[in-house]
Design a protein around this ligand. Structure first.
Ligand code: NAP
Length: 209
């Protein structure tokens, strides 16, 4: 009997995408035996009110440049093509329609974001539709994260996992600040993404407040 398809959905603002994201996606793909990982740059996230997010077309193109050499990675414009605010529940439902009810979905994103999941739109339904993988780096309030994840597990069962990825010491905020200050970003992200940032003069002003 054919086994069900297992898909990773890598959600993030990717402003910009960096090696921390790429290493995370590859580590989760391996650990959870995923058939592929689809990167989904966030469209118009309702929770991003403090900071101006870079134009979605730039974030989408940088994500394509960064993932192009990995045959197990794809990029979807499902959220950037959507009008209005974008919610994970709508994204997962669309993927379910595309890939069929039997497909298992693993939504991968940063632990900080996953810890807020109970506040997301239709959280109850979402936690029944797919698994969640919270990515964090070593030494980051591990106990607090575990306690929060346990609370969610008590309510919804074994639907949420934590992975610790040392490369997540790299952060998009730090990269934006470095560019604004004229400091190097080499080796923090793929070279084509670095060139893209230079070409379109992204992050020249420090807007990462
Ligand atoms: P964020 O608050 O900007 O990021 C939180 C932390 O997680 C940051 O340290 C970030 O590092 C890291 N991170 C983000 N995406 C990651 C990824 N794919 N892998 C590893 N680390 C990651 O989070 P966000 O990017 O806005 O949102 C994350 C995802 O959750 C998006 O897909 C978003 O649409 C979804 N979300 C949905 C709802 C909802 O449906 N209501 C609400 C909130 C978030 P970097 O800054 O270095 O990336």
């Amino acid at each position: 009997m054919e086994r069900e398809l297992r898909l990773g959905i890598m959600g993030g603002t990717f402003d910009p995408i960096h090696y921390g994201h790429l290493v995370t996606a590859e580590a989760v793909r391996d650990e959870f035996k995923l058939d592929k990982v689809i990167f989904v740059p966030a469209g118009n996230p309702p929770h991003k009110v403090k900071r101006k997010v870079t134009d979605k077309k730039h974030r989408y193109l940088m994500t394509i440049l960064a993932t192009i050499t990995n045959p197990f990675f794809e990029v979807s414009s499902i959220e950037i093509d959507r009008e209005g605010y974008t919610y994970t529940i709508d994204t997962i439902k669309e993927f379910k329609k595309m890939y069929g009810e039997k497909t298992l979905f693993y939504f991968i994103t940063g632990a900080d974001a996953v810890l807020e999941i109970l506040t997301w739109k239709n959280a109850d339904e979402l936690l029944r539709l797919c698994y969640f993988v919270a990515a964090t780096r070593p030494g980051i309030e591990g106990n607090k994260i575990d306690q929060e994840l346990d609370k969610i597990r008590k309510l919804y069962g074994d639907v949420i996992y934590k992975v610790t990825v040392p490369s997540l010491a790299i952060s998009s905020t730090d990269i934006r600040e470095r560019v604004a200050k004229g400091r190097p970003i080499k080796y923090l992200l793929p070279e084509p993404v670095e060139r893209y940032i230079q070409k379109y003069k992204l992050y020249k002003e420090d807007d990462s407040r």
